[in-house]
Ligand binder design. Structure first.
Ligand code: GLP
Length: 242
């Protein structure tokens, strides 16, 4: 795609088509800056064309530990404000890990079992971290991992710190779907935008599969669509030319 806008158009179009085909679809959803434009388009389409979400169920990838749902930096808040409150989704069908659960280990197994019970989501939307993470699966995470607690890398906290008042407010831990949870999805759409993701994307596309680069696990999945803009593809383009 030429740019971010084109990427979002394409991803939203694919999602809307899939919902029309199967209104009871299960969607794995992502947070971060990248999917915001896609959610905007889904909301506009819902308003304009009445695409209905009343049978759809949503399962988010991850959540910070220690942030209230009402905290503007929690992923609960993000999803509600960017998508859920604008569409006719049943709020009981909106699932995110609970980062405030009294027993976080139990919460991880509850979340994993829920996804297991539907046999993995139908479509998983993913963003890419600058260090190659997917969800909050940091470099070194086993490909066999299921929903688990993670200690966030300093780099991830710094990058995500742009949304917080100060670095010290960025939680150090999160709950994330594991890599095997993600790979159980029937289809995956990976969205990648911007120069800062170019190296991670090139490494993913260059064939090496290693836990050092969590997103490289996607090469083990048979149905992945990568929607990226020119800037994100810059290094990859250079490597195939040379
Ligand atoms: C966070 C999220 C990821 C997301 C990544 C990239 O760390 N846990 O799911 O893909 O950020 O975010 P952005 O789209 O803002 O670059």
């Amino acid at each position: 795609m030429n740019d971010y806008e084109g990427m979002c158009d394409k991803a939203a179009e694919l999602i809307v088509q899939s919902i029309k085909k199967n209104p009871a679809i299960s969607m794995g959803l992502a947070t971060g800056a990248t999917p915001v434009g896609v959610y905007k388009r889904l909301v506009n389409d819902h308003k304009k064309n009445n695409t209905s979400y009343d049978q759809l169920s949503a399962y988010n990838l991850d959540e910070y530990i220690g942030l209230q749902k009402s905290d503007i930096n929690s992923y609960h808040y993000f999803m509600y404000n960017n998508l859920f409150k604008h569409i006719n989704i049943n709020k009981n069908n909106c699932h995110l890990p609970d980062g405030m659960a009294a027993d976080l280990y139990k919460e991880c197994s509850r979340y994993e079992s829920m996804i297991n019970s539907i046999g993995g989501v139908d479509i998983q939307l993913l963003g890419l971290g600058e260090n190659g993470h997917i969800g909050f699966n940091e470099p070194g995470t086993a490909f066999s991992s299921v929903t688990h607690l993670v200690k966030l890398e300093e780099k991830t906290r710094k990058v995500n710190g742009r949304f917080f008042q100060s670095f010290k407010d960025v939680p150090a831990h999160a709950i994330t779907m594991g890599i095997s949870t993600i790979l159980r999805s029937k289809q995956i759409i990976l969205l990648v935008s911007g120069k800062n993701k170019s190296l991670a994307l090139a490494e993913c596309l260059n064939g090496k599969i290693s836990p050092k680069l969590p997103a490289s696990a996607l090469q083990l999945h048979g149905n992945v669509k990568i929607i990226a803009d020119k800037e994100a593809l810059e290094i990859y383009r250079y490597t195939i030319r040379n």
